[in-house]
Design a protein around this ligand. Sequence first.
Ligand code: OGA
Ligand code: NI
Length: 405
Amino acid sequence: MDRITTKITPSKCQTSILFLFIAPPFSNTPYSQSHLKLFLSTILNLAMNCPADWPEPIVRVQSLSETGNLMIPDRYIKPLSQRPSFNTRSDSLNIPLIDLFGLIHGDTATKKAVMDQISVACREWGFFQVVNHGMSHELVEEAREVWREFFHQPMEVKQEYANSPKTYEGYGSRLGLQKGAILDWSDYYFLHYLPSNLKDHKKWPSHPPFLRDVIEDYSQEIVRLGKLLLKVFSTNLGLEENHLEKAFGGDNNIGACLRVNFYPKCPQPDLTLGLSSHSDPGGMTFLLPDEHVSGLQVRKAGEWITVKPARHAIIVNIGDQIQVLTNAMYKSVEHRVIVNPDKERVSLAYFLNPKSDVLIGPATKLVTSKTPALYQPMTFDEYRLFIRMRGPQGKSQVESLKSPR
Ligand code: OGA
Ligand code: NI
């Protein structure tokens, strides 16, 4: 949707949101960088004072699914061009599978061979799955199953954690603030792990009782794996080993947050999506997929490829911030989720992000006369706000950061 015609009460905050949506889509707008900056800082200021609420009453997709209705409400029916396609031609294709055992335990030559596989996967796919990542299978499985249990609790229990667009933390059912938007067939839970001052256990569910401990351990492991891969990426790019970690704000400043996605059964899966096409706004993502149900699709050369997760694998993908830092040598790739008529699906998307207020721009070493800087620096805070107001929009967000030519 490009334009909103619905009348809204012009409170200070809503006026800014209206401004955001009556503006033409950024992807094909010749805004100057200074206009973009001014615009973003205005929005940032207004958002700080926002009466933090959703533009419409929230409906839990899980409740809709549980009614047993055979038709989904119109709000979830996607335009024809966005509906799922099931491409049999690309059935045999899958994202690269990389065994990290050699990287963690191997000699120099073995390490180098794994690093080369990662390098190819980053340049050609922006998506890969890793096995032998060093995380215990029990922990990983428990992490997914405590969340499944959370979503199977009575609605009153979950509602205690209902989220608002101010921070998104807690139990949510929509992304973006566009009134009248077509919604995705999913609920989610969002929480912060790092920086530590943002971590607030009170905002994590207290039930099931082990959830906080399990998620604490799982988070620690993900951050460890994330830091290892940031080193690998830096070295592969010909940068100092610590370059990306430093660009993210340094060891103690990296951000880490978790979105647990719950995709309920859907009676009309060919009309909707569990999660619309998007690229991840942050640095990199570690996705723990459902062992039993596939659903993630990745766009490759214009086609949607359904990811077939390997046993015990974690899926890694490049986010918009690494695309900017690498001057698009690594690209954040569009992906989306399809839903299923008789199976629910639970996935854990862990986002590793730069510190919110450091400027993110292309690494100087990667900017040459042949590869001039594609992006103007912007902080992750500014970028994320922009995304949170618009909801999933394919790759138009990172494309809009491109410097004018
Ligand atoms: C996400 C995401 C994919 C999935 O949460 O950003 O892309 O399979 N999730 O749930
Ligand atoms: Ni994603």
